[in-house]
Design a protein around this ligand. Structure first.
Ligand SMILES: Cc1ncc(COP(=O)(O)O)c(C=O)c1O
Length: 402
């Protein structure tokens, strides 16, 4: 049997030392954030009275005074960074934060309108998954494929016609901001809650890029904390409506989850502090790098989509699988395999992400090299040595001096 520690060491030598990660769903953490994941908080429980419907015990556990203070600190920074009235770091993942959002906004039998998976919407919100558990009816928001966005006018008409309880924006394939103010107006007309799944763009939002959902009219926001936001795997839940926030918090305990993971919350709080200090520079660079990488790939004959729209305003670039096949003779999985063999990690679903490489200090100049390496690797050239060279020149950025 392989040695467990050898396996993890080999993984880290490869993924942290040699490979360049361009998957938009992943990121890397600072050393302090990693250290907090391994702290004693990883072993502990806490259940403050305010969070315990039975009440009267103070805290159901003892030894919790610092744990509770860590959580309060994290929530405080989250409210500040996202300009949100309420914040919770308890959700264990983006998926569970989304579950909380749905159950806070809706009752069984209610209708939710959201982005279809064929337009990049999150698979977990498709009718057979979370909505089925919660007994929700699903309708899809009208979408304009040419601008890769929800069509705000058609969506407003659909909202007025269909009277959903919840309109939920956000997607896994996300390039351009939504017209939230327009949709807010339609939601107000029918008394609907406006929700936003920011799993992919949370790090951009933290830095004031892409859009500011909590300022542009969103009631509830759920997200992962490990995609463009460079934190540990986990979830976050934000709200501007205290009634719905309280309902979500009642929904967490003994329904969606029991204990939260306090080491992850401490680690997320550390990354929130980093984003509070450096998030603006990080997020701006992520978007600049996405645009630069897209432009350089396009120049190299790689089939990047949406050139006429400036390619992207997010951490993602999308490419056209049919043109990839025509120009390079590769399907997206074959393209991902070929790149992985060269130390360039992309996912197999047609996206390229600049979030992790930006966190690793990459600039627009690095993007020129990376674009060239992607194109040459896709053509079958051996670029392993050059990939390692570029990787060796990167160093984690947007962190406090040690
Ligand atoms: C839009 C969106 N929401 C939710 C999730 C689920 O996030 P997590 O993996 O943190 O549970 C994803 C995951 O890819 C996603 O893309």
């Amino acid at each position: 049997m392989a040695d467990l520690h050898d396996l993890v060491r080999a993984h880290e030598a490869w993924r942290l030392g040699e490979a360049i990660n361009l998957q938009p769903s992943e990121n890397v953490m600072s050393e302090p954030a990693r250290a907090l994941l391994a702290s004693d908080l990883a072993h502990r429980y806490t259940l403050p009275d305010a969070f315990n419907p039975s009440g009267g015990l103070g805290n159901a556990y003892r030894g919790t005074r610092y744990t509770d203070a860590v959580e309060a600190l994290g929530e405080d920074v989250a409210r500040r960074v996202f300009s949100s009235a309420e914040a919770s770091l308890k959700p264990l993942s983006g998926h569970l934060a989304g579950f909380l959002l749905l159950q806070a906004a809706c009752r069984r039998g209610d209708r939710v309108m959201l982005v279809h998976a064929k337009h990049g919407g999150y698979d977990g919100y498709m009718p057979g998954y979370l909505p089925e558990y919660l007994g929700l009816e699903v309708d899809f928001l009208p979408f304009d494929e040419a601008s890769w966005n929800v069509d705000p006018r058609a969506a407003a008409d659909a909202i007025l016609g269909r009277h959903p309880r919840l309109v939920l924006l956000g997607a896994s394939f996300l390039l351009f901001p939504y017209n939230l103010r327009w949709l807010r107006g339609a939601c107000d007309d029918v008394g609907a809650v406006l929700g936003y799944d920011a799993s992919h763009v949370l790090g951009l939002i933290a830095g004031g890029q892409f859009q500011r959902p909590m300022v542009e009219g969103v009631d509830l926001l759920s997200a992962s904390t490990h995609k463009s936001f460079p934190g540990p795997q986990g979830g976050i839940f934000l709200a501007n409506r205290t009634d719905l926030f309280e309902r979500a918090m009642r929904g967490i305990l003994w329904r969606v989850e029991d204990n939260a993971h306090w080491n992850r919350i401490a680690s997320t709080a550390q990354v929130l502090l980093e984003m509070d200090a450096f998030g603006a520079a990080y997020a701006k660079q992520v978007v600049a790098n996405s645009k630069a990488l897209a432009r350089d790939l396009d120049k190299g004959g790689f089939p990047v989509k949406f050139a006429g729209l400036g390619y992207t305003e997010s951490h993602q670039i999308h490419y056209d699988p049919e043109r990839l096949q025509a120009s390079f003779g590769l399907t997206p999985p074959a393209f991902a395999d070929r790149l992985e063999s060269q130390g360039l990690i992309v996912d197999a679903v047609g996206r390229i992400g600049t979030n992790e490489v930006t966190r690793m200090g990459a600039t627009v100049d690095h993007m020129k090299s990376v674009a060239g390496l992607i194109v040459r690797a896709a053509r079958g050239e051996d670029v392993r040595g050059e990939v390692r060279e570029v990787r060796a020149g990167l160093k984690l950025a947007y962190v406090f001096p040690s």
